[in-house]
Write a protein that binds this ligand. Structure first.
Ligand SMILES: Nc1nc2c(ncn2[C@@H]2O[C@H](COP(=O)(O)OP(=O)(O)O)[C@@H](O)[C@H]2O)c(=O)[nH]1
Ligand SMILES: [Mg+2]
Length: 302
């Protein structure tokens, strides 16, 4: 049997649904999803199988006008993912149409990844009547030479199977890049930190999620098959610490329970999760924090 394998980069504005699609194609949750923008910080690789093809999905941070160091490092990671991929899928939101942000991405695309096959995925079609979709399709295809256009709902699954079949056909011939049972290429310590960050993001408001980062500091295997996991939540301000702890520590307790439950499900074993909060006013300028996130600190230079 000839096998195929390759990389597919998912790019688009924040909130387009890139992580939702990654998870749907993989068939398991490998990338965190929230309703807030800029949830995904690094390039997350999910592995999907379709017939004889292995499709390595590179879920990237959103593309937007970067202002701060973390923003710049995230946008650089996203474009880096696109430049390295065999195929690029640009995701846009059906109900938002061809936004200014989408136009800017199109302008960059030719430059960053010339001669690369790019497909368009118009996502969240569950939110709009179908007539509007033709207009967006036309407008987008006039602006860029897409290899194919797909109308999908990453959340509900509409159109995802067709997209997957097409992606599998585009993969170059070659041996698989990961063992058959591997679904993500991210160290488990980082997956654990991402899960906690998702639970925090879902509970907190406004800017706070941006201002925090989670690191797995210690992972201790126990004889009974369980593991003790110690994580540090870094925040930039004193006041933030109190918000994360919550009244009588109830916020962090709820976050810890939710994160532990998901981690246990993901790993299929018992986890003892211990969270701590530390104030580090300058963490957004610390090189080490970026490498823990899988980002390149230097990319954040303006
Ligand atoms: N209605 C609808 N919502 C979606 C769809 N796909 C994603 N979403 C939602 O859009 C938000 C952002 O999704 P996410 O995958 O994190 O976007 P990303 O920033 O591009 O990775 C989340 O609240 C998702 O549940 C879809 O097909 N339909
Ligand atoms: Mg995402």
């Amino acid at each position: 049997m000839t096998t195929r394998a390759g990389f597919v980069a998912l790019i688009g504005e924040p909130n387009a649904g890139k992580s939702t699609l990654t998870n749907h194609l993989v068939g398991a949750k490998v990338s965190i999803v929230t309703h807030k923008v800029q949830t995904t910080r690094a390039r997350i690789r999910g592995v999907a199988l379709e017939g004889d093809a292995q499709i390595v999905l590179v879920d990237t941070p959103g593309l937007f006008q970067p202002k701060r160091r973390l923003d710049r490092a995230m946008v650089a990671a996203a474009w880096g993912g696109a430049a390295d991929a065999d195929v690029i899928v640009l995701m846009i939101e059906a109900h938002r149409g061809v936004t200014k942000g989408v136009k800017e991405i199109l302008a960059n695309l030719t430059q960053v990844a010339p001669n690369r096959k790019v497909a368009l995925a118009i996502n969240k079609i569950d939110k709009v009547p179908s007539e509007g979709l033709l207009q967006i399709t036309k407008q987008m295809n006039e602006a860029f030479d897409f290899a194919e256009t797909f109308m999908i709902s990453a959340e509900k699954g509409h159109g995802v199977a067709d997209l997957k079949t097409w992606l599998a056909d585009q993969m170059p011939e070659g041996p698989w890049l990961y063992p058959e049972d591997q679904i993500a290429d991210l160290p488990v310590r980082m997956i654990a930190a991402e899960i906690t960050r998702e639970k925090l993001t879902l509970r907190l408001h406004q800017e706070l999620p941006y201002q925090l980062t989670v690191e797995t500091e210690n992972w201790e295997e126990r004889k009974d098959g369980s593991a003790r996991v110690d994580q540090m939540i870094y925040v930039a301000r004193d006041g933030h610490k109190g918000i994360i702890l919550g009244k009588k520590g109830e916020t962090i307790k709820a976050v810890s329970q939710a994160a532990r439950a998901e981690l246990e499900e993901f790993l299929g074993r018992k986890i003892h999760l211990f969270l701590q909060v530390k104030v580090r006013p300058n963490w957004l300028e610390e090189k080490e924090r970026y490498s823990e996130m899988g980002l390149d600190f230097r990319d954040g230079n303006s």
